[in-house]
Write a protein that binds this ligand. Structure first.
Ligand code: PLP
Length: 439
């Protein structure tokens, strides 16, 4: 299918086979599952996905920023098959083995060195483990996080998540001691500030909190997304997190970079934190790291590693097959995929920005590498969020054979596999232009 140049929609969507599966899905699966549109995959190749009715889609969402190397990269398939043929599990919390040790060494090198590594299965588990590292090491009761943040949905990480109250509704009380401050959104700055002051007003607010309400000596960590994901693919102002890190260090507060979505090469560098030369105390990875296999990693600085054997662990975390998938993914990232994400991402972003002249209600196009958000507004002057328009664009894109996902109040997010080619990026721009013209 890699020679195929265009999406192909042969049936009304959903097609008859997809419809049947979705009916069964509705009858048996947890009602908590979201189905933003009725896509049921059958197989994938590269950045293309075919549904069970034979409709072909260009994938610009990668299973929410996961399938770094596409759907069936031969190097990943080989690594996984070979490891599966050797052994598939032995509980890494109890027994060491080579694939995971190599992976930990590699992650430490890629993240700049000086870390120890803990493996989990998912992003939220990485966040939970990081909360425990912070608690164990600092004995401090408070954590700072940002509004709009998404850190997961287990009860600890959920206390940090604040992108949408639907995630919290019905689950209180959550982990106590979490204080949220606004994310410095340059397009919609907090406190009515000018865009150029978006970072400053947040820093001032944090200092104000430290003086009036939140003793900084009792704050263990600041959890942050270097590019906010679920909140709307928001790139913070240059220098913001550097200044915040300085403030944090003054009080012995740990900086925890949640790179679950922005890491693993998605922004064109291994970590999005690298754009600001941040040196976080703890780095969290999941999603794209295993190109679809469930694996996450907590990288925490050597000096934070004071907890004893048994203080934390899990049966499946660091599964060797998932570790093999991650090693193959990291090989490919270092062999050119990160560079591809930077180059093709810039081309995609430039193409999308060129659409704004004719479609001013595409108010903002922002991002880094292949983490790109399209923010739809009711009026480009007021920048009022237009969730309905965003949803109509997403639905119309789906009908044309383009898979995207919503993020935040009014953003459509594009997070394709990092193997996206320039021609595929141009195709995506053309299709989005057609969608916008058709509305
Ligand atoms: N952290 C960030 C930044 C995320 O984007 C996500 C998921 O979207 C998570 C944590 C939670 O990851 P998971 O869904 O694997 O639990």
């Amino acid at each position: 299918m890699s020679e195929v140049k265009l999406p192909e929609i042969k049936t009304p969507l959903p097609g008859p086979r997809a419809r049947k599966i979705l009916e069964r899905d509705q009858a048996i699966l947890s009602t908590s599952y979201v189905r933003p549109y009725p896509f049921v995959p059958a197989k994938g190749e590269g950045v293309w996905l075919e549904d069970v009715d034979g409709n072909r889609f260009l994938d610009l969402m990668a299973g929410i920023a996961v399938n770094t190397t596409g759907y069936n990269h031969p190097r990943v398939v080989k690594a996984v098959s070979e490891q599966a043929a050797r052994f598939q599990h032995l509980c890494f919390s109890d027994f060491s083995s080579e694939p995971q040790v190599s992976l930990a060494e590699r992650l430490n090198r890629l993240a700049g060195g000086g870390f120890r590594v803990y493996f989990g299965n998912s992003g939220t588990e990485a966040v939970e483990a990081a909360i425990k590292v912070v608690r164990y090491h600092t004995h401090r009761p408070y954590i700072l996080a940002f509004t709009g943040a998404f850190h997961g949905r287990t009860l600890g990480s959920l206390a940090l998540t604040s992108s949408n109250s639907k995630y919290r509704k019905g689950f209180a009380p959550l982990l106590p001691g979490v204080v949220h401050v606004p994310y410095p959104h340059p397009y919609r700055p907090p406190f009515g500030a000018k865009p150029e002051d978006a970072g400053k007003v947040v820093l001032d607010y944090i200092e104000h909190l430290f003086k009036t309400k939140l003793p900084p000596e009792e704050v263990g960590a600041i959890f942050f997304e270097p590019v906010q994901g679920e909140g709307g693919y928001i790139v913070p102002p240059a220098g913001f997190f550097g200044k915040l890190s300085e403030l944090a260090r003054r009080y012995g507060i740990l900086m925890v970079a949640d790179e679950v979505q922005s890491g693993s090469g998605r922004t064109g560098r291994f970590l999005a934190s690298e754009y600001e030369n941040l040196n976080p105390d703890i780095v969290l990875l999941a999603k794209g790291m295993g190109t679809g296999y469930p694996i996450s990693a907590v990288l925490f600085k050597e000096e934070l590693s004071s907890w004893p054997p048994g203080a934390h662990g899990t049966t499946f975390g660091g599964n060797p097959v998932a570790a093999a998938a991650a090693m193959a993914t990291l090989d490919l990232l270092e062999e050119g995929l990160m560079e591809n994400a930077a180059r093709v991402g810039q081309r995609l972003m430039d193409g999308l920005r060129s659409l704004q002249t004719d479609f001013p209600r595409l108010g903002d196009v922002r991002g880094r590498g292949l983490m790109i958000g399209l923010d739809f507004v009711k009026d480009p002057e007021t920048r009022e969020e237009d969730a309905e328009l965003r949803d109509r664009v997403g639905e119309a894109a789906f009908q044309k054979g383009l898979l995207t996902l919503p993020a935040g109040p009014s953003t459509l997010r594009l997070s394709p596999p990092l193997i996206l080619s320039e021609a595929e990026a141009d195709l995506a721009v053309g299709l989005i232009e057609e969608v916008l013209k058709g509305l």
